[in-house]
Design a protein around this ligand. Sequence first.
Ligand code: XIL
Length: 334
Amino acid sequence: QTDIPSVKDVLGDHFPIGAAISVPQTLGEHARLLSKHFNSVTPGNALKWDATEPTEGTFRFTDADAMVDFAQANGMQVRGHTLVWHNQTPAWVFLDANGAAMTPTAANKALLLSRLDAHIRAVVGHYGTDIATWDVVNEVVDEGQSDGLRRSRWYEIAGLDYIRTAFRVAREVAPAAKLYINDYNTNVPAKRDKLYSLVSQLKAEGVPVDGVGHQMHVNVDWPSVSETEAMIQKFVPLGVDQQVTEMDVSIYTNSGESFPTPPRDRLIRQAYKYRDLFDLYKRYSSELTSVTVWGLADDDTWLDTFPVVRNDAPLLFDEQLQAKPAYWGIVDPT
Ligand code: XIL
């Protein structure tokens, strides 16, 4: 399929189109597909804390460097994902000076924030202007809490200050980078209202938040265009940039389903979901500064193991790297 249109050309007037990748996507046939259709990449795991600083003060950038080099060689942008998360963070980060699990004391808070400061200086500093957008904090909102803040180890020990510190240090080290707060289910009213309140507060305090990232892990039936439009409109008054950061469209509508191969009707519903949501994104090109899908092709998707082990097919290209109906939903949406 060398003769089919390039997704990045089709969307060229609207926004850059990205894919989450690992090193294998920069090699061989995957690399050809990636560079033909995409002009942005997000390392899917290689910039998370457990990858970049597995033990204190020892930094590893080999895989992420390879992806950044590939991106630069092919004229692609890079999204940095992610500096602070409650997952994929090594245990040592939350151990106190005696090697025991941190309890919420002032000394432990100071130690944790100093580790956070050092981590962000090293990681963001390593890339300088090579990475122009960072997901500074990921999934910090919990709409089930009255203050809207997830009860992670970060929160339990440092309260809101871990978020303030992360953004301020990132700004100091990379003053030109766009700094994002990223989360899932932002199309759900209760969730986005808590996220909105948090971003409003941070901006009022002068914490340098530039953008809101909408993950958009969705499925063939959900969400509707109108729910998604409300998601984008909600943040317009805050004057922040917005990006779709991790879109995929599961063929499953609940965790009990499992198909050995993707049924035809699901792939068609998926194509209409991609079409309808990308039509919406294009209408909001002034608000959305990029759209990223969470994977290149169905041979490598996190949804094969989340929320249960089963064969999912949420992306634009199939396991043989061939264009799916979902691809045509974006490229030929009529
Ligand atoms: C996922 C990766 O794709 C997997 O390879 C890894 O095992 C777990 O994390 N939300 C996020 C991403 O912000 O970092 C997650 O990525 C998917 C959900």
